[in-house]
Design a protein around this ligand. Structure first.
Ligand code: PLP
Length: 419
């Protein structure tokens, strides 16, 4: 029977999925339902909540900002939270990244990155307009984001709208050279504007990890051929992979970088695209047709910027890296219990992200096992959203040993049930 609610939920097949769970509160790593149940947020509410729900410092910053300025047009006007935030971001990222463009979601930060890259080459009078991306990538659900992402069931109906991109094979273990050779070859033809990558781990594409040396090599090859390197750190940023940004592990400085999700500690929607000065300069002209024509109404919303500033203060004042290290150790210890369990394969981890594949007859994202696993976790008070037969957890950094134990116990118990 159709729901009485007029809400159409994202990535939700209303015809087969149960009614959405009504959430009334969030505290730390926990959600509380309207009927009083507690749910451990083992995926940080789609990977955004880093320090836990309603961190008091972020909540206070939001309250203070609301009392001063809620929203103002960001073309022709500016405000202190955005100015301060941009300076702080410049200070904590590689010195080559000198400009900050605000938007409001991971997808829009990617759209901005792609437009910056194309604008750069056009304004320099060079015919480079093709984008390179990794097979299996996910960069968001806007038309540009879908175009550079993996094609499949998610975007098949919109295929006529999507632009063509060059693809590189994912650098799976032992096959890295094929990716690098492919990159070298395609870069030689001189039409490539930019390579966009999720550094070190493909998120929605299945939590697939590749080593820092490959990332470093990809950057080096791009540099050799003058191809811009876009790091989509929307998921990997803000400590997820064990360093503030994943590119740090490969000593890679991207030409353009996208950050969102944990930028506000997961409290409010905000995104930034950082770029090198020459990309800004290519648009800087008395010729007004060279303006960077991109905006959205809520660009650099002051409340969201204040939340992001508070997030940066938390990173400065609190032992965030220690917490990340602790979560990483807990993952490693807990994953050990599955290493000899033949029902699981591809046990993997990077920083606070842990994943493993459960044996299933049918293994893709649309496999029936996905919703069954999801319901199994939910019934145990755990928010875990498997990607097909890939179970992963990416909890807030405040998660404790006993909380993570709940997740890993449930993985074992659900595997028993499914058998
Ligand atoms: N890029 C990556 C790597 C992502 O993981 C995501 C979302 O999961 C996006 C872009 C899109 O972000 P958003 O959902 O905020 O638009």
């Amino acid at each position: 029977m159709k729901s009485m609610s007029p809400v159409w939920h994202p990535f939700t097949q209303h015809a087969v999925q149960p009614e959405p769970t009504l959430i009334a509160r969030g505290d730390g790593a926990w959600l509380k339902t309207a009927d009083g149940r507690r749910i451990f947020d083992a995926i940080s509410s789609w990977w955004v909540v880093t320090h836990g729900h309603r961190h008091p410092h972020i909540v206070q910053a939001i309250k203070d900002q609301v009392d001063r300025l809620d929203q103002v047009i960001f073309a022709g006007f500016t405000h202190e939270p955005a100015e301060r935030l941009a300076r702080r971001l410049i200070a904590i990222t590689p010195p080559e990244l000198e400009y900050v463009f605000f938007s409001d979601s991971g997808s829009t930060s990617v759209e901005v990155a792609l437009k910056m890259a194309l604008g750069f080459w056009r304004h320099r009078g060079e015919k480079r307009s093709r984008i390179l991306a990794l097979e299996g990538a996910y960069h968001g659900d806007t038309i540009g984001g879908m175009s550079v992402g993996e094609r499949g069931v998610f975007n098949a109906p919109y295929d006529p709208l999507l632009f063509d991109v060059e693809r590189l094979p994912f650098p799976s273990a032992g096959r890295e050279q094929a990716t690098l050779d492919g990159l070298n070859t395609v870069c030689r033809n001189g039409t490539i504007a930019a390579l966009i990558v999720e550094p070190l781990i493909l998120g929605a594409g299945g939590m697939l990890i590749y080593p820092p040396w490959v990332l470093a090599e990809m950057k080096r090859i791009c540099e050799t051929h003058g191809v811009l390197f876009i790091a989509d750190e929307v998921m990997t940023g803000w400590g997820r992979t064990g360093t503030l940004f994943a590119c740090e592990q490969a000593s890679v400085t991207p030409d353009i970088a996208c950050y969102s999700k944990g930028l506000t500690g997961g409290s409010l929607p905000l995104a930034v695209t950082l770029c090198r000065a020459d990309i800004f300069d290519a648009h800087y002209s008395t010729d007004r047709t060279r303006t960077f024509f991109h905006s959205s109404s809520y660009t650099a919303n002051p409340i969201a910027c204040a939340a992001a500033l508070a997030n940066l203060e938390i990173w400065e004042r609190e032992p965030v890296m220690e917490r990340i290290g602790r979560v990483a150790i807990l993952h490693t210890e807990n994953l050990d219990r599955f290493r000899d369990d033949r029902r699981f394969t591809n046990i993997r981890q990077i920083g606070t992200i842990a994943a493993l594949d459960i044996a299933a007859a049918d293994a893709g994202y649309m496999a029936d096992i996905g919703p069954r696993l999801y319901q199994g976790f939910l019934a145990r008070g755990l928010l875990v959203r498997p990607l097909g037969n890939t179970i992963y957890t990416m909890p807030p950094y405040c998660s404790t040993a006993s909380e993570l134990d709940l997740v890993y116990e449930a993985i074992g118990a659900i595997a028993d049930e499914i058998e």
